[in-house]
Ligand binder design. Structure first.
Ligand SMILES: CC(C)(COP(=O)(O)OP(=O)(O)OC[C@H]1O[C@@H](n2cnc3c(N)ncnc32)[C@H](O)[C@@H]1OP(=O)(O)O)[C@@H](O)C(=O)NCCC(=O)NCCS
Length: 299
């Protein structure tokens, strides 16, 4: 018998994480504490069990893109083609429509088989992201451009909200995304940093101290020798001076110093500047993730 139920206790959330790590082994998964910290109003996490055995999970929540819910039904490889994905999708989409009031829903799909499922349920591709990956070797300690200083958020915790206000809030609109990207300061502080010692900002001091760029690593408690690049951005009026490159090299240097052997990052189609910068820094390509969307309700 198939049971779909909310994931509520810490044990449920550990089961939820097991599915995510099995289905997306190349991706960092938030810890239980991080999941609890970044809960969004209206968010629903589900577990699917077949005869009492964990078979899949799901999540739906308001997306960072205005007016959309994001949705993710995921089924463990050994339990596919038995209707578990369909039941999860219907429960998640029903919640997004009836409880949260959304009329559009989007999902990320990383493989052709899952795209077959998405197409079967009327989702259509609207965007793509590529995953760029870099092996970490011996990394030289980077030089900041003249007049620019790079400091960590562990050294200056007060700079993270300023990085949001002075850099990120404007730069998210340069990301060539399909839709209007909205991140609140609360989400920024909950979701966009998990290691202050591996998160860096670039400062200028003349005439007053100004945050002009940021780059970070999101560390991975399950696979400590890999890390994800967080959001990298430079103020529009400070671009073209080597600041992004110096910030990224700072994170690569930090990674090498802390036993990390692989760093990966996701970049949207159309964000050619960031792709080229990553290529310049020696990143290669791995997974392609399709963003697929459809209208609600699913009947
Ligand atoms: C996509 C996913 C959730 C499907 O789970 P599932 O339990 O196997 O799906 P279902 O058994 O409910 O499939 C329902 C229908 O979808 C279609 N479908 C499912 N998997 C498919 C595949 N590999 N190729 C083509 N069509 C597929 C079929 O029409 C299927 O009906 P059928 O089995 O009677 O032919 C699962 O493959 C998965 O976890 N993928 C990775 C995560 C992901 O990409 N999720 C986002 C999807 S929007």
């Amino acid at each position: 018998m198939l049971t779909i139920r909310p994931a509520e206790t810490d044990e449920d959330l550990e089961a939820w994480r097991r599915v995510r790590l099995a289905v997306l082994p190349y991706e960092r998964c938030s810890t239980v504490a991080e999941i609890r910290r970044s809960v969004r109003p209206g968010q629903l996490l589900l577990l699917a069990e077949l005869d009492g055995v964990l078979a899949g999970h799901g999540i739906t929540a308001p997306s960072d893109i205005a007016g959309r819910a994001s949705i993710a039904p995921r089924v463990l490889p050994g339990f596919r083609r038995r209707g578990v994905g369909t039941a999860l999708l219907r429960a998640l989409a029903g919640h997004a429509y009836a409880e949260l009031g959304f009329r559009q829903v989007r999902a990320l799909v990383d493989d052709p088989e899952s795209m077959g499922f998405a197409t079967r349920f009327g989702f259509a591709e609207i965007d793509r992201q590529v995953e760029q990956v870099r092996a970490i070797g011996t990394e030289p300690r980077p030089q900041a451009p003249a007049g620019v200083e790079i400091v960590s958020i562990a050294q200056r915790p007060d700079l993270w909200p300023r990085a949001y206000a002075d850099v990120a809030a404007a730069a998210v609109h340069d990301m060539a995304l399909e839709g209007d990207f909205q991140v609140t300061l609360e989400q920024w502080e909950a979701d966009w940093i998990n290691a202050p010692q591996a998160s860096f900002v670039a400062l200028t001091r003349e005439p007053d101290e100004l945050v002009v760029g940021l780059a970070s690593l999101l560390l991975d408690k399950d696979v400590p020798d890999r890390a994800e690049h967080g959001f990298t951005a430079v103020r529009r009026d400070h671009r073209g001076r080597g600041i992004a490159s110096a910030l990224k090299r700072q994170t690569l240097w930090w990674a090498a110093e802390h036993g990390i052997t692989e760093v990966y990052t996701w970049t949207q189609r159309g964000n050619e500047d960031m792709r080229r910068l990553n290529e310049h820094l020696g990143f290669g390509y791995r997974t392609i993730s399709v963003t697929a969307e459809r209208e609600l309700p699913i009947v």
